[in-house]
Design a protein around this ligand. Structure first.
Ligand SMILES: [Zn+2]
Length: 125
């Protein structure tokens, strides 16, 4: 393979990799996907609340607390919340990019649809 071809292949590969990670980021509850300001200003999980919803079940919108925020890929990711129905600590499920719970109730797959911060509501963009 020529040098130029090799270079092109490498560029293509890194472009695809970047694209995939941006796509993946959009599906996970990163603070900046709700609002850039949140990522800079939120220091502690207790500063925010989230509005969660099981997107396949009607009328399941609930507000709940955030228990853990971690730094992932140089961004702030919500990794644990409290189940609004039973109070159990839920960790982010990597396969669903949601918070799963069936503790004493039917299975819910909570998606964070908005973040509440200082009285403002930031919907996922
Ligand atoms: Zn629950």
């Amino acid at each position: 393979m020529s040098k130029a071809m090799e270079k092109l292949k490498m560029q293509l590969w890194s472009y695809q990799k970047k694209r995939m990670s941006e796509e993946e980021m959009k599906n996970k509850p990163f603070l900046h996907t709700y609002n850039q300001k949140l990522e800079r200003q939120v220091m502690e999980p207790s500063e925010i609340q989230v509005i969660v919803e099981d997107l396949v079940k009607p009328n399941t919108k609930n507000t709940t607390e955030v228990l853990e925020i971690r730094n992932v890929c140089r961004h702030r990711l919500i990794t644990a919340i409290r189940c609004p129905l039973c109070g159990k600590i839920l960790h982010l499920d990597k396969r669903w990019n949601a918070f799963l719970c069936n503790n004493g109730h039917e299975l819910f797959r909570w998606d964070i649809v908005a973040v509440k911060y200082h009285g403002e509501i930031y919907v996922k963009g």
